[in-house]
Design a protein around this ligand. Structure first.
Ligand code: TMP
Length: 220
């Protein structure tokens, strides 16, 4: 199964990835953890370019195409081969991020973003998406603390430098997607304690696995 994690900056995806990994381990399932952008060697170079604050003059359409280049490489060389091997793949961000960041927050339009995804990635979608929902003010505060303490590199802060309004559009976009695809996208309130978030996550994963085992896959 293919599971993705989504959310605004500072919503706690990295911590919750570890909890998903623990859950998979406890179920005795083989898995790989990966991320976008940067889940491949080529993708790491693309990631540097995309997240570097010095890329301030990157054109929005060029940005969209770079995220797609990263994804094509990732799907073809990492995600699909592992799924074909019978492993689960857990990915920190995927196509929903492009819909929301480039399609909605950058205002390129979800029609264009969907069209390109269909064309270059065959419209490939996760079986389950965990959306960590948080007020952007809180999320950004967390991320800048991580930058100050050296947990997050200053060289990856191009999106953190965006205005609060941009991050509000990202959050609203994610919640809109969750309303459109309630079976695939599960919203988790990320403002609670780590234990509360972890419990909610586990419950969602348990319910998902039950359905997955019954139907083979979960449709959106
Ligand atoms: P992160 O890996 O630390 O979450 O950073 C990735 C950044 O890239 C984050 O600000 C969201 C952004 N992003 C997009 O704008 N579009 C995308 O398609 C993806 C995958 C990420």
């Amino acid at each position: 199964m293919f599971i993705t994690l989504e959310g605004i900056e500072g919503s706690g995806k990295t911590t919750q990835m570890k909890n998903v990994a623990r859950w998979l381990e406890a179920k005795g399932l083989e898995f790989v953890l990966t991320r976008e952008p940067g889940g491949t060697r080529i993708g790491k170079a693309i990631r540097r370019l995309l997240l570097d604050p010095a890329s301030i003059d990157l054109d929005p359409l060029a940005e969209l195409l770079l995220y797609n280049a990263d994804r094509v490489q990732h799907i073809r060389t990492v995600i699909k081969p592992h799924l074909a091997d019978g492993k689960s793949v857990v990915c920190d961000r995927f196509f929903d991020a492009t819909l929301v960041y480039q399609g909605m927050a950058r205002k390129l339009g979800t029609g264009l973003v969907n069209k390109i995804h269909q064309l270059v990635c065959d419209g490939f979608q996760p079986d389950l998406t965990l959306l960590l929902d948080l007020d952007p003010l809180k999320g950004l505060e967390r991320t800048w603390q991580q930058v100050d303490s050296g947990k997050r590199s200053q060289a990856e802060t191009r999106f953190e430098n965006e205005k609060l309004e941009f991050h509000r559009r990202v959050r609203a976009g994610y919640l809109q997607l969750a309303e459109m695809y309630p079976r695939r996208i599960k919203v988790i309130d990320a403002s609670g304690s780590l234990v509360q978030v972890a419990r909610k996550l586990e419950k969602i994963l348990d319910e998902f696995l039950e359905g997955f085992n019954k139907n083979g896959h979960q449709s959106s």
